[in-house]
Ligand binder design. Sequence first.
Ligand code: 13P
Length: 285
Amino acid sequence: MALVSLKQLVDDAFQNGYAVGAFNVVNMEILQAALKAAEENKSPLILAVAESHLGLLDLDQYAPILLRAAQQASVPVAVHLDHGQVFSNFIKALRCGFTSVMFDGSTLPYEENAAKTKEIVRMAHAVGVSVEAELGHVTGGEGDASPGVADPTLFTDPEEAQQFVQETGIDALAVAVGSVHGIYKGTPELDIPRLARIRELAGVPLVLHGGSGLSDDDFRQAIANGIAKINVYTDLSQAAMAKIRTAQGMPQNTDFGQFMAQVVDTIKEAVTEKMRIFGSVGKAK
Ligand code: 13P
């Protein structure tokens, strides 16, 4: 058990028709909740640190905690840099012992995205670290408060995806097929035929960003068509904030630590719900 590569987790999920949740651990509360949910449900787990969240935490302090937690877990856990763009952050993640990094060149022209991804793959694979990259662009940011809609002109092109995977040697491909980061404006609609074609041509485990706000059926169809990793943050943030709002009516002397333990439990329930829908429950081996 314990600390493993992303590749090990997503390859098994891809082959066996389920997905592993990648939860953005912006603080200890989400970390504790995700670990508890994974252990109680015997589910593999991906602890993701988004580059955009580095202002909320000090990676030098936090990385040893994440890695130790992963090493001691009774289930397999990958520690992953999410949406990395800054070169020094990759070096930091590798030096800290992360087992996976995502290079996000999704707003770059194809050639530049492919060239930079290849460079990261060369570096990461040299030390046994997995690489995810994005082709096409999933709009919005982690926990985005302004509701967003997907832009079909930015969806992943299946033929390009095939070329991208072959050229770069990545372990997992993040695709744009209708999801957005943050809150959805209206009802999201995933382009499942496009996803099926990408799976056929790309041949690597696929990643769905923007896993908050999608329906159970969206997840089932996405997983049936090659999605093996699903990123979730906003739903956890919203669940935690709903619980925190209940503190307003509590007595003045309410204990902070005790209350935050309840917040952790609330987040744990939200993580557990995702694990059930993703089919990762009982898949820890
Ligand atoms: P949500 O915040 O929409 O769940 O997306 C998370 C994500 O994709 C992180 O990379």
